[in-house]
Design a protein around this ligand. Structure first.
Ligand code: ADP
Ligand code: MG
Length: 257
């Protein structure tokens, strides 16, 4: 991990839950995919979620920006309860940025247009201002010189950095990452993790689904383990990795470490 890692230790504000999930359940039809999820996330806190494939990690973070609906329990994001009342959806999407495994850039738009689309059409930001903001974030992910290119002309690592910049253009208060490096060739993983570390240093609240355990150790305040739709345990990285409590966690860690 690079030297930035050392500084990624901004103090979490106490008594400042930005996300509160209480006794939450979700079903896909008859399939009980999330069970009794309770999780509080504080402002500037960084959480890494790991667990086997199919354990519900993606579904959980997709519930936090309402890409998926839950059926039972409560999710509150920055004071807004996620309910069937559709009025709050746009607010939530602006509040909570999401970065996916497969980047999800629009292939027919330039990098710059990918970044300005949301601010111009959703936020009603004037184009010139949206472009200034876009260039600011492209600089931040060190890719400004690619602004006029199309996604297909960029490497996977560059596309993922663009996807992160695109999320930041909406000025989110929370960023969700769903296995942001798992579709990348190994040599590109570090450039994306470095951008995420720099975001952490800026104080961004982050929930990251990832099996990059080096990143988890150095950047996370808490690591959670999910299995069969439950949060089995969660702890500081040191306690989590050095002294896992549950057999399922031990088995999982023995398989990936
Ligand atoms: P993870 O991200 O931990 O791999 P997911 O949240 O993607 O797990 O999926 C959890 C479970 O829910 C899996 O068994 C998956 O097949 C199932 N699942 C995911 N999305 C849907 C869906 N839209 N409809 C039905 N089942 C789904
Ligand atoms: Mg997933």
């Amino acid at each position: 991990m690079n030297e930035n890692t050392q500084t990624a230790n901004i103090e979490v504000e106490q008594n400042s839950d930005i996300i509160q999930i209480t006794d939450m359940h979700k079903w896909y039809g008859d399939f009980h995919v999330l069970k009794n999820i309770t999780l509080q996330v504080k402002k500037q806190e960084r959480i890494v979620i790991c667990g086997p494939s199919g354990s519900g990690k993606s579904t959980l973070i997709r519930c936090i920006n309402r890409l998926e609906e839950h059926q039972k329990g409560k999710i509150v994001v920055d004071g807004i309860e996620l309910t069937n009342d559709l009025k709050n959806i746009e607010k939530i999407r602006a509040e909570v940025g999401m970065v996916f495994q497969h980047f999800n850039l629009f292939p027919h738009l330039t990098i710059l247009d990918n970044l300005t689309l949301g601010p111009i059409w959703v936020r009603k930001t004037p184009r010139a201002e949206a472009e200034d903001t876009a260039m600011y974030y492209l600089e931040k992910v060190r890719i400004a010189e690619q602004a006029k290119k199309y996604p297909g002309q960029l490497s996977g690592g560059q596309q993922q950095r663009v996807a992160i910049a695109r999320s930041l253009c909406m000025k989110p208060n929370v960023m969700l990452f769903d296995e942001p490096t798992s579709a990348l060739d190994p040599e590109m993983v570090k450039e994306v993790l470095d951008v995420m570390i720099s975001l952490a240093n800026d104080g961004m609240t982050m929930i990251v689904v990832s099996h990059e355990m080096g990143f988890a150790r150095s950047v996370a305040h808490r690591v959670l383990f999910m299995d069969y739709g439950e949060i089995v345990e969660g702890n500081t990285p040191q306690a989590f990795f050095d002294n896992p409590q549950h057999d399922r966690t031990k088995l999982f860690l023995s398989q990936i470490l």
